[in-house]
Design a protein around this ligand. Structure first.
Ligand SMILES: Nc1ncnc2c1ncn2[C@@H]1O[C@H](COP(=O)(O)OP(=O)(O)OP(=O)(O)O)[C@@H](O)[C@H]1O
Length: 231
């Protein structure tokens, strides 16, 4: 089976005072199901830009992004964003005055989820990431940072995308809670066959991932932490 997501000869640059500033130069990386990837690199190395291209929040200046071998432009960028990829943000991006459950069911409605009983499925996804039925009925404002990030992961799961991308998902959390969130993301890859791509500054998280993509000065290196993983 081919890769789930493939970035082919991707380049990205910004224009700054009429000069071209290269951020990513001719990068090719593939992402497979069942693998937990981390993207690391110094501040400004283009990690967030990379994730934005992988999740169609932006388009590369050069090169293409393929999903199951098909150019995501052909799939349609908004359809790809809605149906094929789920994004977890550092700042959770939940609707604060809604309950955890409403946050998840609202996302299911927006993405046109085909689940018949949305509430039941949302509760199941929330339970999977450690949010009880009681907590699910609380306004997210009243939940801790770690609980809010769990809710945002449950929201990411509810649209059944095989590809989950996360930008510094543990950036606002203490070490213990961060480790729990990493455990959840790891389990999604290893037990549920998702392709999980996490941008992080944290070396400890990178060490726990299966494959590390390191960005530096526009170029990149890919290292497998596990011998069984081909890169
Ligand atoms: N809209 C923009 N216009 C010009 N330059 C930009 C723009 N957005 C980002 N950049 C620059 O592109 C570079 C890469 O940014 P990016 O956010 O992808 O890096 P990063 O590795 O995620 O950084 P950090 O770890 O600090 O979040 C940075 O130098 C940033 O200043």
């Amino acid at each position: 089976m081919g890769s789930l997501l493939e970035l082919q000869n991707i380049s990205y640059w910004y224009k700054h005072e009429n000069k071209k500033v290269d951020i990513l130069k001719n990068i090719s990386v593939s992402f497979d199901r069942g693998i937990f990837y981390t993207i690391i690199g110094p501040s400004g190395s283009g990690k967030t830009t990379f994730l934005a291209l992988a999740s169609a929040l932006d388009v590369p200046k050069d090169g293409s992004v393929l999903y199951e071998g098909k150019d995501i432009k052909k799939i349609g960028l908004s359809k790809f964003r809605n149906k094929y990829v789920s994004i977890v943000f550092q700042a959770y991006n939940l609707l604060p005055y809604m309950t955890a459950l409403q946050n998840v069911t609202t996302a299911m409605e927006i993405t046109g989820s085909s689940h018949k009983n949305k509430k039941e499925y949302a509760l199941e996804m929330l339970a999977k990431v450690g949010i009880s039925a009681d907590q699910a009925r609380q306004k997210v404002l009243t939940l801790s940072g770690g609980q809010q990030q769990r809710v945002s992961i449950a929201r990411a799961l509810c649209c059944d995308a095989e590809l989950i991308v996360a930008d510094e998902p543990t950036g606002n959390l203490d070490e213990t809670t961060a480790q729990e969130i990493v455990g959840i993301l790891q389990a999604l890859a290893h037990n549920e066959g998702k392709s999980v791509i996490v941008v992080t500054h944290d070396q400890n998280i990178a060490q726990q991932s299966d494959v590390v993509v390191k960005l530096s000065k526009g170029s990149f290196t890919v290292t497998a932490n596990k011998e069984a993983v081909h890169v």
